[in-house]
Design a protein around this ligand. Sequence first.
Ligand SMILES: C=CC1=C(C)c2cc3[nH]c(cc4nc(cc5[nH]c(cc1n2)c(C)c5CCC(=O)O)C(CCC(=O)O)=C4C)c(C)c3C=C
Ligand SMILES: [Fe+2]
Length: 484
Amino acid sequence: MDATSFSGLLPHTVFNPNFARSYAQGTPLTSVSCHSLEEHRPSSQALAFLSSNKTSKRTSLLGGSNVCGPVQKRNGVGKAFCAVGLGVYGENVIEHQSHSHATEDKVGVLLLNLGGPDTLNDVQPFLFNLFADPDIIRLPRLFQCLQWPLAKLISVLRAPKSKEGYASIGGGSPLRKITNEQADALKTALKAKNLTANVYVGMRYWYPFTEEAVQQIKRDRITKLVVLPLYPQFSISTTGSSIRVLQSIFREDAYLSRLPVSIIRSWYKREGYVISMADLIENELEKFTKPEEVMIFFSAHGVPVSYVEDAGDPYKDQMEECIYLIIQKLKDRGINNDHTLAYQSRVGPVEWLKPYTDKVLVELGQKGVKSLLAVPVSFVSEHIETLEEIDMEYKELALESGIENWGRVPALNCTSSFITDLADAVIEALPTASATAMSTPRSVSEEDDLDPVRYAIKLLFGSILAFVLLFSPRMILAFKNNLF
Ligand SMILES: C=CC1=C(C)c2cc3[nH]c(cc4nc(cc5[nH]c(cc1n2)c(C)c5CCC(=O)O)C(CCC(=O)O)=C4C)c(C)c3C=C
Ligand SMILES: [Fe+2]
């Protein structure tokens, strides 16, 4: 498990963005924004804000600061980590006395998740929030003032296609309900292990937003916090983005910036997780007439190649290691099926991790594979990409391509061995008395954005570049090919 503990004051070093590749041991974050709930409001309000409050601190509009705090230390698990910042991992460790004198600790666990639209009306504003995230659409620095207009444009254009998907799975995302159930189950599992804790849910792009969860944590006067992103593998676009938001909230608040916090940044190596996945696979294999002939097809959520190659996102390496561990566990049980890994859910005109799920399914069918078991592996709840993309789109494609027997491993959801293991992970990660800083200072670029003249210059150049970018042949082609 890869966990990090923090509390206390802010580090004061701004790092060179050229160091951005070194994600290997740290928490990858891009621009540090002075983030607030405004960013999450439905797009019309967000855009109104864009035009009416230009000198505000909401520097995510211009984003792209590529700042890293210098915090790095060895945690209890013996792994080096970086507390904050875009892939830059300095040696300085800043430790502070935490709230360790509290007579009785009040433990909180914050589950971070992506969030999903509750209804079809929520789809476009949800997509706006997603595309407005500089960790999802990573624009070159000069273009970063386009983040919101671009998010508006893409969300409006993509909404009809997404709505169809959500309509086909019952009119909204099941993520909120399932994550709440996981939170309840985790609380019970912790209680069974003699740890009384409040478990909170904080979503990145829809309700209940991370900000709301953090406000509740403050109201409850929590004295120790464990942050558990519900993504087994770390990616800039998932855990990285959620932690960036947390850091910016904590940075602005005296109480929170002193709260001892541990962040579990990835947990795909945990024995309990690997066993739970192997159990689910074994169980589904048994439903086939000839289980030993089934191809185990891991389908991971993709990310753009540039995340891995330019920004040092450890996601691909972690995914490959995760698959290896699950396969080893199956082999230990005498299950030696063929397996393969492919990446799904590509969006936009750039190159994503390969091979692509749809292409591999067709190839396997053409090669004569007759039985296939799809295993979603980036995420622990059912959601649109399992229920619609895999169960409907990919199944249809596979059957058309010659595959005759199709199965799909369910998401872990509230599987008890999995929840019990999460409880162990939380207990192992409980922050100790001394901890390092959670939040980063504002970046040079952010400070620039507080200056109206510099802001106006950036906006002018940004608009010119926006024009060029939006009408580039690549973007036009991407829209034509339905890649948004
Ligand atoms: C545009 C870039 C995207 C990246 C990068 C990305 C990474 C990523 N996402 C998940 C998990 C989920 N994604 C979900 C929804 C979703 N994601 C994107 C785009 C990117 N994701 C879009 C446009 C959407 C909206 C749905 C759609 O229109 O297709 C969800 C929520 C699903 C739900 O039920 O509501 C999850 C979960 C991971 C794990 C990941 C990187 C590793
Ligand atoms: Fe996604």
